[in-house]
Design a protein. Structure first.
Length: 228
């Protein structure tokens, strides 16, 4: 069981939003440290795509230097209906930790910036996703409060060149920098590739549900704000 809470990380982003309809929900991130150099652009589903039922063709181009991480992020973007271009050059001669963690931080920052003020959305989302014998559940709250509770039950040391210990940490880092609450549980399954992939797919569908437009413009909170 991994449980993680922290303060939100303020992103260095460029974002674009239409004034009321949030037609364009896009953000770009440039994040460079001594350990990683990351550039990414994230486009969330347009409001019109929810009302028309027509999903725009996603542009997904991911290169982190870690093949299994690329595979998981591609699944996340595909099933969340995101367009995502992401390039990371990291110190993989050390290990996979810095690249995996920093990519998740940058992606969470981009999600928060692209969404903008959480107004006129459902706020809560949940989903189950199977992959053969594996079954995962994800529950999301666009709460403005970073918290992650992750239980994947992975047993292998590595999947490809990604450490299994990093997979829950990826969810934690994303949730923290996105300032959301996220619970991810793998409910069954014996193949760690399947368990991991079903978790990312469940997260994708839950995130897509949570940012579904309601047709109104209210902040979905009794506090009147989700930014503090």
């Amino acid at each position: 069981m991994h449980t993680h809470s922290a303060s939100c990380i303020m992103p260095n982003t460029k974002s674009s939003h239409a004034a009321k309809k949030m037609t364009s929900r896009t953000a770009s991130i440039q994040r460079k440290t001594n350990e990683t150099d990351i550039s990414l652009t994230l486009r969330l589903p347009s409001v019109e795509s929810y009302t028309s039922g027509a999903v725009a063709a996603a542009e997904i181009d991911i290169s982190t230097g870690i093949g299994f991480l690329d595979h998981m992020l591609h699944a996340l973007a595909k099933h969340a209906h995101w367009s995502l271009t992401l390039k990371c050059t990291g110190d993989l001669h050390v290990d996979d930790h810095h690249s995996a963690e920093d990519v998740a931080i940058a992606l969470g920052q981009a999600f928060k910036a692209a969404l903008g003020e959480p107004r006129g959305i459902k706020r809560f989302g949940y989903a189950y996703a199977p992959l053969d014998e594996a079954l995962s559940r994800c529950v999301v709250d666009i709460s403005g409060r970073p918290h992650a509770s992750i239980d994947l039950g992975l047993k292998r040391e590595m999947i490809g060149s990604l450490s299994c210990e990093m997979i829950p940490h990826i969810f934690e880092s994303f949730a923290t920098s996105a300032c959301i609450t996220m619970h991810v549980d793998v409910l069954k399954g014996f193949n760690d590739h399947h368990r991991s992939e079903s978790a990312f797919k469940a997260a994708a569908v839950a995130l897509r549900e949570a940012i579904t437009p309601t047709g109104g413009n209210e902040v979905p909170s009794t506090k009147g704000t989700l930014n503090v």
